[in-house]
Ligand binder design. Structure first.
Ligand code: HEC
Length: 102
Protein backbone atom coordinates (compact mmCIF):
# COMPACT_ATOMS: atom_id res chain seq x y z
CA UNK A 1 0.00 0.00 0.00
CA UNK A 2 1.29 3.50 -0.78
CA UNK A 3 1.48 5.94 2.13
CA UNK A 4 -1.91 7.50 2.89
CA UNK A 5 -0.73 10.97 1.82
CA UNK A 6 -0.15 9.65 -1.72
CA UNK A 7 -3.65 8.28 -2.15
CA UNK A 8 -5.36 11.59 -3.05
CA UNK A 9 -2.88 11.94 -5.93
CA UNK A 10 -3.02 8.32 -7.03
CA UNK A 11 -6.76 7.89 -7.21
CA UNK A 12 -7.46 10.51 -9.93
CA UNK A 13 -4.40 9.38 -11.88
CA UNK A 14 -5.59 5.77 -11.89
CA UNK A 15 -9.13 6.81 -12.77
CA UNK A 16 -7.83 8.83 -15.71
CA UNK A 17 -5.80 5.88 -16.92
CA UNK A 18 -8.73 3.51 -16.70
CA UNK A 19 -11.01 5.91 -18.57
CA UNK A 20 -8.61 7.05 -21.29
CA UNK A 21 -9.69 5.64 -24.65
CA UNK A 22 -7.16 3.20 -26.07
CA UNK A 23 -5.17 3.28 -22.84
CA UNK A 24 -2.80 0.48 -21.94
CA UNK A 25 -5.35 -0.80 -19.44
CA UNK A 26 -7.65 -2.52 -21.93
CA UNK A 27 -10.90 -4.11 -20.87
CA UNK A 28 -9.63 -7.38 -22.31
CA UNK A 29 -6.00 -8.48 -22.61
CA UNK A 30 -4.76 -8.57 -26.21
CA UNK A 31 -3.71 -12.16 -27.08
CA UNK A 32 0.02 -12.52 -27.66
CA UNK A 33 -0.35 -13.33 -31.36
CA UNK A 34 -2.46 -10.21 -31.91
CA UNK A 35 0.19 -7.94 -30.37
CA UNK A 36 1.85 -7.80 -33.77
CA UNK A 37 -1.26 -6.23 -35.31
CA UNK A 38 -2.14 -3.49 -32.88
CA UNK A 39 0.77 -1.19 -33.72
CA UNK A 40 -0.85 -0.55 -37.10
CA UNK A 41 -4.52 -1.52 -36.71
CA UNK A 42 -4.85 -0.13 -33.15
CA UNK A 43 -5.42 -1.97 -29.84
CA UNK A 44 -8.95 -2.97 -30.83
CA UNK A 45 -8.39 -3.03 -34.58
CA UNK A 46 -10.22 0.20 -35.33
CA UNK A 47 -7.60 1.23 -37.88
CA UNK A 48 -6.82 4.75 -39.05
CA UNK A 49 -6.87 6.85 -42.20
CA UNK A 50 -4.23 4.61 -43.75
CA UNK A 51 -4.93 1.27 -42.10
CA UNK A 52 -8.22 -0.59 -42.62
CA UNK A 53 -10.51 -1.28 -39.70
CA UNK A 54 -10.63 -4.95 -38.66
CA UNK A 55 -12.58 -4.56 -35.39
CA UNK A 56 -15.92 -6.33 -35.41
CA UNK A 57 -15.35 -8.08 -38.74
CA UNK A 58 -16.51 -11.70 -38.88
CA UNK A 59 -13.74 -14.01 -37.65
CA UNK A 60 -14.05 -16.10 -40.83
CA UNK A 61 -13.60 -12.98 -42.92
CA UNK A 62 -10.44 -11.95 -41.07
CA UNK A 63 -9.09 -15.51 -41.40
CA UNK A 64 -9.84 -15.59 -45.13
CA UNK A 65 -8.20 -12.21 -45.72
CA UNK A 66 -5.11 -13.29 -43.79
CA UNK A 67 -4.83 -16.51 -45.79
CA UNK A 68 -5.35 -14.59 -49.05
CA UNK A 69 -2.50 -12.21 -48.13
CA UNK A 70 -0.26 -15.12 -47.07
CA UNK A 71 -0.76 -16.94 -50.38
CA UNK A 72 -0.44 -13.74 -52.47
CA UNK A 73 -4.00 -14.22 -53.71
CA UNK A 74 -4.64 -10.77 -52.35
CA UNK A 75 -1.81 -8.32 -53.01
CA UNK A 76 -0.86 -5.99 -50.16
CA UNK A 77 1.87 -3.56 -49.28
CA UNK A 78 2.76 -5.27 -46.01
CA UNK A 79 0.16 -7.84 -45.03
CA UNK A 80 1.57 -10.67 -47.18
CA UNK A 81 4.84 -10.64 -45.29
CA UNK A 82 3.13 -10.30 -41.92
CA UNK A 83 0.57 -13.08 -42.32
CA UNK A 84 3.13 -15.72 -43.35
CA UNK A 85 4.54 -15.66 -39.81
CA UNK A 86 1.49 -17.12 -38.08
CA UNK A 87 0.22 -20.66 -37.51
CA UNK A 88 -3.43 -21.57 -38.20
CA UNK A 89 -4.10 -21.66 -34.44
CA UNK A 90 -2.63 -18.18 -34.01
CA UNK A 91 -4.65 -16.85 -36.93
CA UNK A 92 -7.80 -18.31 -35.35
CA UNK A 93 -7.00 -16.64 -31.99
CA UNK A 94 -6.23 -13.32 -33.70
CA UNK A 95 -9.42 -13.44 -35.78
CA UNK A 96 -11.54 -14.25 -32.72
CA UNK A 97 -10.00 -11.38 -30.77
CA UNK A 98 -10.59 -8.71 -33.44
CA UNK A 99 -14.04 -10.07 -34.31
CA UNK A 100 -15.02 -9.53 -30.66
CA UNK A 101 -13.94 -5.86 -30.68
CA UNK A 102 -16.40 -3.03 -31.28
C1 HEC B 1 2.87 -2.54 -40.55
C2 HEC B 1 1.45 -2.27 -40.34
C3 HEC B 1 0.51 -3.46 -40.23
C4 HEC B 1 0.58 -4.51 -39.34
C5 HEC B 1 1.63 -4.77 -38.28
C6 HEC B 1 -0.59 -5.33 -39.60
N1 HEC B 1 -1.34 -4.81 -40.60
FE1 HEC B 1 -3.06 -5.57 -41.39
N2 HEC B 1 -3.06 -4.15 -42.81
C7 HEC B 1 -2.12 -3.15 -42.95
C8 HEC B 1 -2.32 -2.48 -44.23
C9 HEC B 1 -1.51 -1.31 -44.76
C10 HEC B 1 -3.41 -3.11 -44.85
C11 HEC B 1 -3.96 -2.87 -46.28
C12 HEC B 1 -3.42 -4.00 -47.16
C13 HEC B 1 -1.93 -3.85 -47.44
O1 HEC B 1 -1.54 -2.81 -47.95
O2 HEC B 1 -1.16 -4.77 -47.15
C14 HEC B 1 -3.88 -4.14 -43.91
C15 HEC B 1 -4.95 -4.96 -44.15
C16 HEC B 1 -5.42 -5.92 -43.28
C17 HEC B 1 -6.63 -6.69 -43.45
C18 HEC B 1 -7.62 -6.57 -44.58
C19 HEC B 1 -8.66 -5.57 -44.16
C20 HEC B 1 -9.73 -5.35 -45.19
O3 HEC B 1 -10.49 -4.38 -45.04
O4 HEC B 1 -9.88 -6.15 -46.13
C21 HEC B 1 -6.72 -7.54 -42.39
C22 HEC B 1 -7.81 -8.55 -42.10
C23 HEC B 1 -5.56 -7.29 -41.56
N3 HEC B 1 -4.79 -6.30 -42.12
C24 HEC B 1 -5.29 -7.97 -40.40
C25 HEC B 1 -4.09 -7.86 -39.70
C26 HEC B 1 -3.73 -8.71 -38.61
C27 HEC B 1 -4.62 -9.79 -38.04
C28 HEC B 1 -2.48 -8.32 -38.21
C29 HEC B 1 -1.59 -8.97 -37.15
C30 HEC B 1 -1.28 -10.36 -37.42
C31 HEC B 1 -2.08 -7.19 -39.04
N4 HEC B 1 -3.08 -6.95 -39.94
C32 HEC B 1 -0.89 -6.50 -38.90
C33 HEC B 1 -1.13 -2.84 -42.05
C34 HEC B 1 -0.69 -3.66 -41.03
Amino acid sequence: MPPARLLPMLVPALAALALAPGSAIAAEPVPLAAQGCIGCHGPSGTGSELIPRIAGRLAGDITNQMRAFASNQRPGTIMGRITRGYTDAEIAAIAAYFAAQK
